[in-house]
Design a protein around this ligand. Sequence first.
Ligand SMILES: [Zn+2]
Length: 427
Amino acid sequence: MTSTTRYILPDETLCVQADWLWDGVSDTLLPRPRLQIRQGRIAAISSYPHTNNHAQPAPDPGSTSPSRPAGSTGEKWPDGAPLLHLPGCTLLPPLLDAHVHLGLDGRDFAASRAAWQSEAEYMPRVAKHAAAWLAAGVVALRDGGDAAATALHYRLKQKPAWPLLHTTGMALRHPQRYGSFLGPDWPVKKLGGLLEELAARGADWIKILVSGVVSFTHYGQVGALHFSQEELTALVARARSLGRRVMAHANSPAGVRQALQAGAATVEHGYFLDEDCLKEMAEKQTAWLPTIVPVANQVRTAQAAGWPAESRQVIEKTYRRQQEMLCKAWELGVPLGVGSDAGASGVEHGRGLLQEMLYYREAGLPAVQVLRLATRGNAAILGIAGALPGVIIPGAPAALLAVQGNPLADLRCLERVKQVMLPASPV
Ligand SMILES: [Zn+2]
């Protein structure tokens, strides 16, 4: 599929050796790791002997050295297993993005929507976006849907093994409110039927728009709520009765509170939520995905040129507040996920997750915690910790990411993906 991806067959035995390992648990790196892989799982982890040409205690984050020819340590590999040697690399669990829109490209909204008219048009686009994630070491995605349910159709038709894809199909919304590109204009009283249809067609999650979207011109405005509390609670209960959890797009304290009261599993965006919302989320262990990048990128990238000065101020203030609330949420013990909202204007597939992680880092979260959220944290939210536990320990599935440099010193080295290793099909 891509040159960086290597699929491990169930009967394959392999030794993988790199300069460093972050196992997803510890705060530090294990030097000179050697992993044995058997039957699609990690069979053993050891540290190979120190050699003179490899005396550095930690790799320089910006460096692509040290390097050494494959097998130069002269070790014998168990069972004559082939050796995959990744000099200068750190091995770590692969990443997950818990909020994307595979049917949009983040650049040209009109062209993306035009492609939804025909499967022949949108299918290759969705496949290309999924491939961009895989090449970037992001091996599982939760898709927030679109009005044409492109990601759901892609999954049903192509049955891709990786990236592992969870999708909502399309969103439930009030016909006169925000989000006509995310879900159809069905009357509220028929949304229970739409929900059942989506679940029957294979939607893994139910997406509900609870509020509007953050304004880039009027600070604090997020649009009207879509439903009464009774309507929303009934929809979430209906989803639960079908074994589906709800991904709630909710901004403002009122919107977030409504979503929490209704029993949504995750709150998406949550702009302008207050500390009481965070306390309730911590108490209920409802996950929050603050999606900083679709807002921050408007002023932190070339996109800034398109906004007048007053809007740039509103946008700056909006995402800075979100970064502050992220830190509060972290302190209060709110379960946090990482979702890029890729496909939204200014957020590209394959790139948005690292950008989101860097905004978490900038907000003050330590790099190791940000990595935990984008691996184990997201896997727990998606409920796929069996296939992707986000840890590298004996017995875990052989899902590995090799990047050049030390991601604990600088998350940016996640841009330098050398290899993605995955079981040929999720185990
Ligand atoms: Zn979204």
